[in-house]
Ligand binder design. Structure first.
Ligand SMILES: [Zn+2]
Length: 159
């Protein structure tokens, strides 16, 4: 495994150890946004185990054999460059939450960036990733920084 980053890959401007690294080491994510950020960082550092464990029980990938799924998730970083995460919106009730974010990702020089509205659910006290609606970069506005949840959903429904 390559050395762990000093700065947290999630863009929080904190140390990895004090931010997503703490969650990767077993701390509980307080919010869906914190879980989402830690999943992004898990892709960056190759923590397929964490990515698998933080899937909701209803997520289809949960049905895959664990070992193969974890290996595949850990290797995503070998194919893709996870450049930047931008969280645009996050909200949560007691047991359900959502996060709208833009992921800047390149794969073999091709822009694989996308925006996603992710849904999270709380199971046994821990937030888990349930599902997401995704819009690829080529259908997003040039400047996504001000994109609202409604604007994103309008784009998503045009597919
Ligand atoms: Zn972080």
């Amino acid at each position: 495994m390559p050395p762990l980053p000093r700065e947290c890959p999630c863009g929080s401007n904190q140390r990895y150890r004090a931010c997503c690294g703490a969650l990767h080491d077993g701390a509980i994510a307080e919010t869906p946004e914190a879980l989402m950020r830690s999943r992004w960082s898990a892709f960056v550092v190759g923590r397929g185990d964490y990515l698998f464990e933080t899937l909701a029980s209803s997520h289809p990938d949960r049905a895959a054999p664990r070992e193969a799924a974890v290996r595949e998730l850990s290797r995503a970083r070998e194919r893709q460059r996870f450049l930047r995460l931008s969280v645009l919106h996050a909200s949560a009730s007691e047991d359900e939450g959502e996060v709208l974010f833009v992921a800047r990702i390149f794969e073999k020089g091709v822009d694989r960036s996308f925006a996603e509205l992710s849904r999270f659910t709380r199971e046994d006290g821990a937030w888990r990733y349930e599902s997401g609606v995704l819009v690829p970069a080529d259908r997003l506005p040039e400047d996504t920084s001000a994109m609202t949840r409604d604007a994103f959903l309008a784009l998503a429904s045009e597919a």
